[in-house]
Write a protein that binds this ligand. Structure first.
Ligand code: HMG
Ligand code: MG
Length: 300
């Protein structure tokens, strides 16, 4: 059975734009976020407070939030923060929600965070504690929940262990990252069942599928049947991780909205306005959207 309503957690401005070759000007990023909100997306991850040497594409985090004013703040506008320095900058910018991002595998923890899994949990602990003290909403991502480009298929128990450690820090929501898009539906069921058995129920879980193998929508629909109601998606299907080879775009928000509209699941999103926004953004990026629904509805 599908839920009546799904909350789309839009990651285009962050996951999408972090992976573009060109650096999109801050004013365009802010306008992208305003257009996404106008299309009915309530939750939008806006940017990351990470060293510009690591992700130059999002080095303008402060400028983007300044441009947005109140529209960039509050508990529905999370930003990524890896460490206390990032949290300090995010707090100074006035944000109301942050996301930490761990890894289920040692190799990706090293590549993406320059830390072991243990060291990264240590790095996140004061971030979550201080964020909660400051009244922020906190999400915890776990990357490489299905497959890892260096380590291969990732055992479910390994994901559960890392997820528990991050949730035990005090995070409000867990997001399961299929960073390189190798997950399939049976694997999704096994992972969600194991998490549920470990005490992390579907009501605290979001799913984050990259569409490298074309499985993102099928995997999402499977997760919804397990009671998940928060789905990460990226308008236009932009996205990827600069530190994971073979990661391509996220599940396109348009593909998700098309499927949920058809299934009678409410999202609050206006699909035609969203497609217009994708086409507008594709103009700035200089390439067409990889989303099938955008291609079908906009002819390019
Ligand atoms: P490090 O090099 O070990 O950092 O990186 P450090 O603590 O040694 O600091 C090095 C320098 O950076 C110092 O400056 C710090 O002050 C500065 P210096 O003394 O040399 O002048 N610094 C900072 N500056 C600005 N903002 C900060 C910050 N922190 C330190 N926050 C670190 C460690 C964790 C910082 C780094 O590895 C990092 O930022 N990694 C993040 C990479 C990233 O953003 N990846 C993409 C997002 S994750 C993703 O896409 C997956 C996801 O979508 C889910 C999925 O698909 O699976 C979420
Ligand atoms: Mg991602």
């Amino acid at each position: 059975e599908l839920p009546e309503r799904v909350t789309i957690y839009e990651v285009g401005p962050r996951d999408g734009l972090q992976n573009e070759k060109s650096v999109v000007p801050a004013a365009v990023k802010a306008e992208f976020i305003r257009r996404l909100a106008a299309a009915g997306l309530e939750t939008i991850e806006t940017t990351s407070f990470v060293p510009p040497t690591w992700v130059p594409q999002l080095a303008d985090a402060r400028e983007v939030l300044e441009d947005l004013g109140d529209a960039g703040l509050g508990r529905h506008r999370p930003v990524l923060v890896p460490n206390e320095r990032g949290l300090d900058d995010a707090l100074a910018a006035g944000v109301g929600a942050v996301a930490i991002f761990g890894s289920a595998t040692e190799t990706f923890a090293r590549k993406n965070l320059n830390r072991t899994v243990d060291e990264s949990v240590e790095m996140f602990a004061p971030v979550v504690a201080r964020a909660k003290e400051s009244g922020l909403w906190v999400r915890a991502y776990v990357s490489m929940c299905f497959g890892d480009p260096w380590e291969g298929p990732v055992p479910v128990e390994q994901v559960v262990t890392v997820a528990q450690r991050l949730m035990d820090l005090g995070a409000d929501q867990l997001s399961l990252g299929d960073t390189i898009g190798t997950g399939t539906t049976g694997h999704v069921s096994r992972l969600l069942d194991a998490l549920d058995a470990s005490g992390i129920g579907a009501e605290r879980i979001g799913v984050h599928f990259h569409d490298t193998y074309g499985q993102a929508l099928a995997n999402t629909m499977r997760a919804l049947r397990h009671g998940v109601t928060v789905v990460d998606a990226s308008t236009g299907g932009l996205g990827g991780c600069p530190y994971a080879k073979s990661a391509t775009g996220n599940l396109a928000t348009e593909d998700l909205v098309w499927a949920l509209d058809g299934a009678g699941v409410e999202t609050g999103v206006d699909l035609s306005q969203l497609v217009e926004t994708s086409v507008w953004m594709a103009g700035h990026l200089g390439r067409p959207s990889p989303s099938s629904v955008v291609r079908a509805l906009a002819g390019g």
